[in-house]
Every structure is written in C-alpha cells, then in structure tokens.
Write a protein that binds this ligand. Structure first.
Ligand SMILES: [Zn+2]
Length: 387
C-alpha cells in the first residue's frame, strides 16, 4: 500500500453501514433543487383528494432515521461446489463475483453550470468513457436483481439510474419532420456511446414521476410522455417507481403511500401495458412509517410489488451473491463532481472489494479467501467456484 493509495476515508462520500445522515441532508437538498423550492403536487387526472406537499415546509430530522427493511435471513454457508473447467485464466483475470457493484445515481443533465444535482452532457460522456476504459459494462438493475450478470471475463458491471424524469435525461427533437432523441440528453448520449463502443450497451433505469410539476413530469414534454416510456422499454432501458409526484413517504399516511406508489405504476402501465415496475427509488431516500408498504401495496384497484428499494447514497452495492446483499436496501453512488472518478479509482485500488466477472453467467467465481461471504441461497442454477 502506497501513501497515494486511496482509502475509503479519502472519498468525499460517506461510507455508510446502513443509512447515513449526510445522505439524508443530501437528499433534502436534492428535492429543493431538483423539484424547486415551491414544489407542489399537481392533481392527478383522476384524483379527488389532492395532497399538496410543500417540501420546503418540512424540517428535516436527521434523527428520524431510516431503517432498513428486515433483511432475509442468510442461508447457512455451504462449501463451494467443485470448480468446472473453463477456458478462463483465473489468475490472469482474477474474477471476484462477490465484489461490489456501483449503482450510479444521476439527476439532471444540463448544459448550464454544474452543481450537486446537475452535470453537463460532456461530463456525462466523460463518465461513460472513464467507466468504459476502466472495464465497466452496463447492466440493467433487473439483471442485477436476478443475478443474471452476463458481461465478458475481466469486466465489471455498473448500473446507471436516473431520478426525477427531468428533460435533460430524455428529450425528443424534431428534425426535418422526424422525431429524434436529443444527442445532448442522457438517452442520446448513451446511445451514441454504444454506437461507438458496441460492447458498452445503453442501459439504465429511469425512476420517473408521472404527476410531478413540470419540468419533472415524465421528462417535461407533455406531448411525448407515453411515447418516451415506450421508447425506453423498447430500447433496453428500464422504468422505476419514484412515486407519483415525489411525495415524501415518511410524512403521509399508509393510504397516501399506497396511492403514490400504485398510481405511479398505473400511469406507467397506461403507457406501457403490462410493464412490470420492479424497483422503487425512495423519494429523498425516506421510508414510509410502514416500511412494508414501500415494497407492496394497493390503492383503488391498482397494486404494486417491488423487488428492490433504492436509497439515496452512498456506496457501491454488494454483489447479489454476497451475504451482505439486501435488495430492499440498495445503496447508490451519487454522480456529481468527480465522485464517479473517485469511486472508480478506489475500486481499481481495492480489487478485493470489486466485482470482476468470470465471463460465464452460469458460474459464480471468487477468491477462496472470500468464500465465507457467499450466500449459497442466491445461486439458483449457478455453480460456485472458489479459486
Ligand atoms: Zn428524486
């Protein structure tokens, strides 16, 4: 270890075992900046009971700690199965499929000045290039949840998420009578990057707000709302729940929690019939009082069932094969300033913490020293291989 080697304490972002006060404050500022200081909810088209929530009126209580949903009990460890023969040179590639996976959390992509909630299109391109050069390959969150991580040997998965459905994430332009994706919006940037780097797929999860005030209502172009949601699904992206209009779920009753989450799903499914919304990004990272309602509930004939809950901040997430993995408590890396660069550098310097693929989705390969971290119950049809 050299003096220049980065440690976790060098990272600006706090390490959090579970929830972190800094992340709460970060999330509070997020709401104010992203949604505007006078954010009020717009009435849903079918809504009789309009809840108007002024986020700035809320005093943030860092002691009002967010607790994790109770993680499922980890199965008893069992020895890894015998290693199957493959053509991969384990010592050269050093796969570690028990390592952590960054889930990046983006907000606004804007040409204007950057802040904690906004980066420029060029900055976003630089992030993609840095990820590519460092051997990352994008995967969708649903594949992560399913333990279906199919990337080449020696590469590492990364998941991109985008909160609040702001226009810079996905904008259509009319050119010569044709509708095209704005090459300066996140979707356009990812698609152009894939065209230039065919082994770096345009993947990501958009945690949308179907009834927020503009410009956050489904990317801010009312005439294209449904078309954009269909486009995302048709082009390999995912749609996640972020509530109907960014309602803080910790300050409303059980009924409103379910209305916010069920109607968000209903709105998404009106555009994309049958779409399975599997993930919830908690608005401001705040849990409802009845935490189970973040995962499952129903309102007025509409229901939802999430397979994962995403937090605001701060570390890379555990491997889905690790005993540390809890799909209802997935941390994310906030993407602003040089945070992506810093995490990439950190993980490069700590390969023992870093997920590196063996290139074979049917095996889960890891250094023998990490064997006790394996959750054998997560293996499904896969074979564990320690080396
Ligand atoms: Zn948000």
């Amino acid at each position: 270890m050299t003096s220049s080697r980065m440690t976790r304490s060098d990272l600006l972002l706090p390490k959090s075992g579970r929830w972190h006060l800094a992340a709460v404050a970060f999330a509070a500022i997020c709401a104010l900046l992203v949604l505007g200081c006078s954010t009020t909810a717009s009435a849903g088209p079918n809504s009789d009971t309009v809840v108007v929530q002024n986020i700035t009126d809320e005093t943030f209580d860092p002691q009002g700690e967010v607790q994790a949903a109770t993680p499922p009990p980890a199965p008893t460890a069992a020895p890894a199965a015998p290693a199957p023969a493959t053509g991969v040179d384990l010592q050269a590639i050093k796969p570690n499929e028990l390592g952590t996976i960054p889930i990046l959390e983006y907000h606004m992509i804007v040409a204007a000045e950057e802040d904690q909630w906004a980066i420029t299109p060029d900055h976003f391109r630089q992030d993609l290039q840095r990820l590519y050069d460092a051997g990352y390959r994008p995967i969708n969150l649903n594949d992560f949840l399913d333990g279906r991580i199919d990337i080449p040997a020696g590469t590492s998965p990364v998941a991109l998420t985008f909160d609040d459905s702001s226009p810079g994430q996905f904008r259509f332009l009319e050119r010569d009578g044709q509708l095209v994706v704005d090459p300066e919006s996140a979707v356009g940037i990812m698609e152009a990057f894939e065209a230039a780097h065919l082994d770096f797929k345009a993947r990501g999860t958009f945690n949308v707000l179907p009834e927020a005030e503009q410009p956050n209502k489904l990317f801010g172009q009312p005439e294209y709302e449904a078309e954009k949601l269909r486009y995302l699904v048709d082009h390999g992206f995912e749609i996640g729940n972020h509530s109907w209009w960014h309602q803080r779920l910790d300050i409303v009753d059980d009924e409103e929690v379910q209305r916010q989450l069920a109607f968000a799903v209903k709105s998404i499914q009106q555009a994309v019939p049958g779409y399975n919304v599997r993930t919830l990004a908690l608005p401001l990272g705040m849990w409802p009082a009845a935490q189970a309602l973040a995962i499952q509930g129903a309102f007025d004939g509409s229901s939802y069932g999430h397979d994962a809950v995403l937090l605001v901040g701060s570390d890379p997430a555990p491997s889905p094969y690790s005993k540390d993995y809890d799909p209802y408590y997935l941390e994310r890396v906030q993407s602003f300033g040089d945070s992506v660069e810093r995490w990439i550098t950190y993980l490069e310097q700590h390969p023992d913490e870093h997920y590196i693929s063996d290139g074979d989705p049917s095996t889960v390969t890891f250094p023998k020293v990490l064997e006790s971290q394996l959750n054998t119950g997560a293996l499904g049809n896969q074979t564990a291989r320690a080396y």
